[in-house]
Design a protein around this ligand. Structure first.
Ligand SMILES: [Zn+2]
Ligand SMILES: [Zn+2]
Length: 202
């Protein structure tokens, strides 16, 4: 873990390591595999549907809807995919706000720490994104965690991307307040999503 975050790999819980561990971060495990940062798993279709199961009470449903739509539009341009809102439980990607143990053997940890996780296209039938509803979710980064930034990161996983070691990447596992500008995707993110979907035949 220390190596992943560019810290001295002491194996001890020193101050730098503890600072990184306390930061809000995505709960998807970091890949140890240096050779394949881009997963082979991807969606072999042009139109991908998404649904929202359980909402958070931190903001109106219409705000959640529009933030998730914005998060997907970031990837739509870069991947050439079209994302359609579905009101069926069988949507390709289901988004849920949940707390603690929620049926997938990756329980959330309450306020702070892990704020969300997502399953990649290759992981069986569980094509879901879970947000920890014990976090304070907000439309901006000033009064809580910025849902747009967090959702854009998780949709990256749902499209097949792994974590990046590059702190400038949206796919870096720690939550970053300063990511809320117009350019959510770094050059590396764009290259990775292009590589994943460019040669797709459908
Ligand atoms: Zn992540
Ligand atoms: Zn979960």
């Amino acid at each position: 873990m220390q190596m992943f975050f560019g810290l001295n790999a002491t194996g001890r819980l020193d101050k730098d390591t503890l600072l990184v561990m306390r930061k809000p971060r995505c709960g998807v495990p970091d890949s140890e595999d240096h050779s394949s940062r881009i997963q082979v798993a991807r969606w072999n279709k042009k139109v991908i549907t998404y649904g929202i199961g359980r909402y958070t009470r931190d903001m109106p449903r219409s705000t959640v809807d529009s933030l998730l739509e914005s998060a997907l539009s970031v990837w739509a341009r870069a991947s050439g995919r079209t994302f359609l809102r579905s009101h069926s439980r069988n949507a390709d990607i289901m988004v849920e706000f949940v707390t603690h143990e929620h049926g997938d053997s990756s329980p959330f940890d309450g306020l702070g720490g892990s704020f969300a996780h997502a399953f990649s296209p290759g992981q069986g039938v569980a094509r879901e994104i879970h947000f920890d509803d014990d976090e304070r979710w907000a439309a901006t980064g000033t009064s809580g965690l910025n849902l747009l930034v967090a959702a854009a990161h998780e949709f990256g996983h749902a499209l097949g991307l792994k974590h990046s070691r590059n702190p400038a990447s949206l796919m870096h596992p720690t939550y970053k307040v300063d990511h809320s500008g117009a350019n959510l995707l770094s050059r590396e993110d764009i290259t990775n999503i292009n590589t994943l979907y460019r040669k797709l035949i459908y």
